[in-house]
Write a new protein. Sequence first.
Length: 204
Amino acid sequence: MNEAHLEFCASDAWREIVERFSHLVREALTHHAGKIVKQIGDAFMLVFTDPTDAVACGINIADAIAIENHFPTARIGAHHGPLLYREGDYVGTTVNIAARIVGVADRNQFLITDALRTSARMPDDTEVVTLGPPALKGISGEVVLHVVRHARPRPDRVIDPVCHMALDPESATVVASWRATDYYFCSADCAERFFADPDKALAT
């Protein structure tokens, strides 16, 4: 998720979003043998003993979020490797790589490493697209990444350029054009903030 969501949401609304996101994650976990290591705000750290479960769970979480309306997008990353367990937490290079992958993922994108790709059995009807190895801060060597998702189409969603919520286009409160491009807003407030400084809004 994104800090912009918190900035433009009332505390009660944000609490409801986090609770809904938490429910979606926990619901996906009920179908796969994983566990929650920790939750910090809208961020989860999950661990799995079976690489196949990790991939299937990540796909299911991304799919569940994609059908929500007026909801933040998520960035999901997963890696396969040895872990160190200390004082109730997992640490080590595997954890660091997974965290860095989240940082380079696109909105509502699930990225996995080549190590996980070769260790897991891909669920049926899954698309795998290989990306060029990105530069991961603090990680030496190349890390090949793959986008994984169900092949079936997802509901059409547009992104509010201010709060970055994903919207059903038909549910947008305001639709306005700027430089021959249509922008969709969840509220009049977001539209007003956008047109106060469009270049700044689009740069975030």
